[in-house]
Design a binder for this molecule. Structure first.
Ligand SMILES: NC(=O)c1ccc[n+]([C@@H]2O[C@H](COP(=O)([O-])OP(=O)(O)OC[C@H]3O[C@@H](n4cnc5c(N)ncnc54)[C@H](OP(=O)(O)O)[C@@H]3O)[C@@H](O)[C@H]2O)c1
Length: 222
């Protein structure tokens, strides 16, 4: 049986990923920051839930120590920014927090998980189209965009070492999805988005390592 770890699994895309991974026969370590949220609803014996703030090295270490080996790591947890409308509104403390959670913390989790990842394992970084510099036409979303661009570069900078270990890396845009973050006008349900993400995970292999891709398989320009 394959084993997966999903961060930010208590709601939104992470919760649906947990549901579909369980359906696909994975043993799932589902982590939540403070409240178990939707994770309370699962009765499947293949789920283990863990309290883990992705900024907290001790909490991450405790979770990783409880896992024998990992076939799939999904760095899904993330936050939006203050949706500031102008440069003068940017709150620097908040901007640093967004960079920490969205860009630095996935690196911390991957660093800690590395000893449990083996040849054939897969790492998914939940990025966004908003991290694409060439797609940044409307501007704004300053810290969120910058955090996802930084996540993309952190990921690509790790790629060679992961390649050497036989671990493939995927940088994912889940689409615009109806969650607390995506809002009610989003065209995609979590189910539709995660159906696609699951197919991308299934087909992922070493020759696809380092791709920046949408849930439906379309490649994204950096
Ligand atoms: N929805 C979209 O349209 C969209 C588009 C592009 C990319 N994405 C990306 O997809 C991922 C999931 O987004 P979503 O739409 O499902 O968002 P969401 O509904 O707002 O859920 C975000 C999840 O991240 C968790 N989280 C936030 N900060 C955390 C921390 N410090 N430690 C641990 N967990 C933390 C939240 O936990 P709490 O419940 O404790 O806050 C929650 O479980 C994010 O990385 C997001 O940037 C989403």
């Amino acid at each position: 049986m394959k084993t997966a770890l999903v961060t930010g699994a208590n709601r939104g895309i992470g919760l649906e990923l947990t549901a579909q991974l369980l359906e696909a026969g994975y043993n799932v370590h589902a982590t939540y920051r403070s409240s178990k949220g939707g994770l309370d609803g699962f009765e499947n014996s293949e789920i283990s839930t863990h309290k883990m703030d992705v900024r907290n090295e001790n909490e991450i270490s405790n979770v990783i120590q409880s896992i024998e080996s990992l076939d799939l790591l999904i760095n899904n947890a993330g936050v939006a920014d203050g949706r500031w409308q102008s440069i003068s509104e940017i709150d620097m403390e908040h901007a640093l927090e967004v960079l920490n959670i969205n860009a630095v913390s996935p690196v911390l989790v991957t660093q800690q998980a590395l000893p449990k990842l083996t040849s054939g394992s897969k790492v998914v970084m939940m990025s966004s189209l908003m991290g694409s510099i060439s797609d940044c036409r409307s501007g704004r979303s300053y810290a969120y965009r910058a955090s996802k661009t930084a996540l993309n570069m952190f990921s690509m900078a790790m790629k060679n070492e992961l390649d050497d270990a036989g671990i493939s890396l995927m940088i994912m845009h889940p689409g615009w999805v109806e969650t607390d973050m995506g809002g009610p006008n989003a065209p995609l349900s979590t189910k539709e988005s995660v159906n696609g993400i699951m197919q991308r995970i299934e087909e992922q292999n070493m020759s696809l390592s380092g791709r920046y891709v949408e849930f439906d398989g379309s490649p994204i320009e950096w």
